[in-house]
Write a protein that binds this ligand. Sequence first.
Ligand SMILES: [Zn+2]
Length: 334
Amino acid sequence: MQRRGFVAQVLAGGVLWGSSAEGLGQQSAAPGKPPGSARLAEVVIERPLTGKPHSGKVLAAIQPHADDIPFFAAGTVAKLVSEGYTGHLIKTTNDDKAGSGTMGETILNNERDTDAVAKALGLGKVFTLGYRNHEMDGISRQEMRERLIFLIRLLKIDTIVCYDPWGTYEENPDHYVTAQVVESACWMAGMDKDYPEQLAAGLQPHSVQEKYYFARGPQLVNRIVDIAPWINIKVEANLANKTQGGAGENGARLKSRLAAQNLRLPILGNDDDTANREYIKHIFLDYDSRYLRGVPSDREVGRRYGLEWAEAFHYIGPIESKLDRYIAEHAVPM
Ligand SMILES: [Zn+2]
């Protein structure tokens, strides 16, 4: 993950994140005059739910690298799991170029971090597809799609959290290739003529019903998720990423560097564990988020909607047919 500065613009109704403009919520079109052919959508605030309303449903958090879900969507994943989802983690690359040590050590360290991320978020199985880091634009997308369709059918995945295939100005091929292949696999998994050998082996067609897409660049945002009750779990997931990314144990490193200059930041506390957690919460996810993550602070996103902490998504859910209602209201005896 590389940093980049992003902000948001309000598109009449939906929110387009990421532009060269500074600040959140700037108008990109006159009121009542949507710009160009932009698709309009209302922004829905997804709040904490009581009980286990998602019990029986299956979630897959899909990321190219060990740090993507922790950076951008860990609060939402933790929320959905706590509300009843059975969750799994799918990582599409082997992370062989992100972190210190030899290539082999880097892969192993990221593998261990990924397991720790899954544990922090309450996710069960972890699948690593193992494509080479930074090289996913050279893979067979059809092969990857077939593997994902297999997993969607096997695990009966109802909901996914992943990069937005329609997010723009994304520079990392692992991010946009993963997103695009996931998008196609989600609906194709529900067809009854795709990969019939999987069906012959006992799997059933199974479509993904809900998608939460996050992005580092311009993106249509139509859902803001209140993650305040899960912010410390998001911190935990980012703390687990010690090999790559801007979180991990950087708080303790900063504390040590300042101590060598006979300085300290009170916010970092008095021990390394506190320094790591407070750094992630207050510097990484908030104060220096644009520099370290390339997106607005989670606290800043929340503040615009009256929330303490929030994550932003392009959400795509099921659309119910209105035909039965039309028939009930208009059908007459022959
Ligand atoms: Zn990444």
